[in-house]
Design a protein around this ligand. Structure first.
Ligand code: NAP
Length: 283
């Protein structure tokens, strides 16, 4: 069975955003400013190291400086907080990214909260979350921002639509729910204790999967013509959506890989450039 579904191409969206950013990076360079993202990596988790490598090389390709602060797995919360505070105080650093999860034993929330709001380009602080919830300008969490950018790039209507977000994590499910609400969607947030998830998903015009379970969202749950956004990324390059089965019914769908992921990195670069421009204006 085929339909006229639209495959939401995250690589194309990311390419366009990065082209616009390259112009802004050149303008900053003319003013003597090189945007700089500091990445803090704690411990030796191989997938965290891979994510950091990907983000750093994306920075370099765009002319953004990328500084790596690497700390051992025995680092204490106090040491991590001190390292982050040093970056807050460094005028050459415009954005701070703490790669997470951090090793057990570190208070991750305390470390996030040490990031100054002006440099919270990954949108992980409680203040940043609250500002976004209020619709006040702040750097949003990158994956939620990427989801909104994808919907906007393809001019998919949000206002008045019934959006169902599966997952309520502070960096993904909750902020994207509030961003959809701020754009006048009617939002339902589902989680592990939701009763009758298939019925909730089946009522959605827009489904956002942010569960962390491979191929969790089933094709038969999807309403004909719904927009399906898969924020999931599981081992083996598999999303949280059963792509083949959902694509048959969806009006538009993101693939994994090549959907939300590339746009997420573009959002991080964009926030770093925004931060550099804001700091340059204050000089
Ligand atoms: P998380 O913190 O583990 O949260 C998962 C959420 O899913 C929780 O709210 C949980 O509910 C809910 N959930 C778990 N089992 C469920 C079930 N059976 N029915 C309904 N809801 C259920 O994960 P996360 O950090 O938000 O990440 C979610 C996914 O997005 C992962 O695949 C991750 O790899 C991916 N991700 C992708 C990017 C990207 O750039 N594309 C960035 C970040 C994350 P409870 O709250 O009740 O436990």
């Amino acid at each position: 069975m085929t339909n006229n579904r639209l495959v939401l191409d995250g690589e194309a969206v990311a390419k366009e955003i990065k082209e616009q950013l390259a112009v802004r990076v050149r303008r900053l360079a003319e003013a003597g400013v090189t945007p700089c993202l500091a990445t803090v990596l704690v411990g030796d988790d191989p997938s965290s190291a891979t994510y950091v490598r990907m983000k750093r090389s994306a920075c370099r390709r765009l002319g953004i400086d990328s500084r790596l602060v690497q700390l051992g797995r025995e680092t204490t919360t106090a040491q991590l907080v001190a390292a982050i505070r040093e970056l807050n105080a460094d005028p050459a650093v415009h954005g701070i990214l703490l790669q997470h999860p951090v090793p057990h034993g570190i208070d991750e929330r305390a470390a996030f909260e040490a990031i100054g709001i002006a440099k919270d380009v990954d949108g992980v602080t409680m203040l940043g979350f609250a500002q976004n919830a209020f619709g006040v300008a702040a750097f949003p969490s990158c994956t939620p921002a990427a989801i909104m950018a994808l919907l906007d790039y393809y001019r998919l209507p949000i206002a008045g639509k019934r959006a169902v977000v599966v997952g309520r994590s502070p960096i993904l499910g909750k902020p994207v729910s509030l961003m959809l609400l701020n754009r006048n969607a009617t939002v339902t947030i589902c989680h592990s204790q939701t009763v009758d998830l298939p019925a909730a998903v089946g009522a959605a015009d827009i489904v956002v999967a942010a569960v962390g379970k491979p191929r969790f969202i089933r094709g038969e749950w999807i309403k004909e013509g719904a927009v399906v956004i898969d924020a999931g990324y599981n081992p083996g390059n598999v999303g949280d959506v059963d792509y083949e089965a959902c694509a048959v019914r969806a009006g538009a769908i993101t693939p994994v890989p090549g959907g939300v992921g590339p746009v997420t990195i573009a959002m991080l670069l964009q926030a770093t450039v925004d931060a550099a421009e804001a700091m340059a204006r204050q000089r």
